[in-house]
Design a protein. Structure first.
Length: 105
């Protein structure tokens, strides 16, 4: 499946718009505190462990979105947007959301 942030694909016209699809992931309440308490791999102000978990959350949200599009019979998802939001009391959790438009090419 093609997944893109653009609203069209070169040489692949959209035949049918199947609707908006999305995927969400929430990283647990203790995530940020645990990482800052035990970070040992900070180099130049970056944390490899923190970045790895954020990357995994993004990939999970994208995969969930793709699975939803496949159920609709989509060939591609266009106009994909990724959002990162803090949620919960005191912003203790991080939510990653991926959304886009499922299409048939």
């Amino acid at each position: 499946m093609i997944i893109t942030t653009t609203n069209s694909l070169d040489n692949k016209p959209v035949q049918k718009y199947l609707g908006i699809v999305s995927g969400e992931t929430i990283i647990g309440a203790n995530f940020i505190r645990d990482f800052f308490a035990g970070i040992t791999d900070i180099v130049g102000g970056r944390s490899g462990s923190y970045e790895k978990v954020l990357r995994e959350a993004k990939e999970t949200a994208l995969k969930e979105m793709e699975e939803t599009a496949q159920k609709l019979g989509a060939d591609a998802i266009i106009g994909v947007d990724l959002d990162y939001e803090t949620v919960g009391s005191n912003g203790g959790m991080l939510m990653v959301t991926a959304s886009g438009t499922a299409v048939k090419l």
